[in-house]
Write a protein that binds this ligand. Structure first.
Ligand code: AMP
Ligand code: ZN
Length: 114
């Protein structure tokens, strides 16, 4: 989708720094961080959300990206939170599947990343 911001970022067109990249996904900093570490894991192909027929290999790459990000950003031991906001009630604002990885401080019980 040429008008999708995450398709464009994931294509590398903006020269964004990726913490992790493989054939299926990339991971990069959220523009408006909600925690000391706030990274987005984003498939290179466009899926609207987690119930949009996402192939198993893409889900596997997302899990590999989470592990790589947690280790690179030093939150693997302290812990972190993964969130996929889905649809209107879920507070999804960018309609390209993405997982928030939040950490670097105690996150408490509140809803994070909307
Ligand atoms: P959601 O509300 O779950 O759809 O989250 C969308 C996230 O994308 C928000 O946390 C935004 O801060 C983030 N975001 C929007 N545009 C960009 C961008 N150009 N680069 C990085 N993050 C972005
Ligand atoms: Zn897209």
């Amino acid at each position: 989708m040429s008008d999708c911001i995450f398709c464009t970022i994931a294509s590398g067109a903006f020269g964004t720094e990726f913490y992790y990249e493989d054939e299926n996904v990339v991971a990069f900093d959220d523009l408006h961080p909600q925690a000391p570490v706030h990274v987005l894991v984003v498939p290179k192909a466009h899926y609207d959300n987690i119930i949009d027929g996402v192939p198993a290999e893409v889900l596997s790459s997302m899990a590999a990206a989470v592990k790589a990000v947690a280790e690179k950003r030093g939150i693997a031991e302290s812990g972190f939170r993964c969130i996929m906001n889905t649809g209107a009630d879920g507070g999804q604002t960018v309609m390209h599947l993405h997982m928030h990885v939040l950490g670097g401080a105690p996150l408490g019980d509140g809803l994070i990343a909307k």
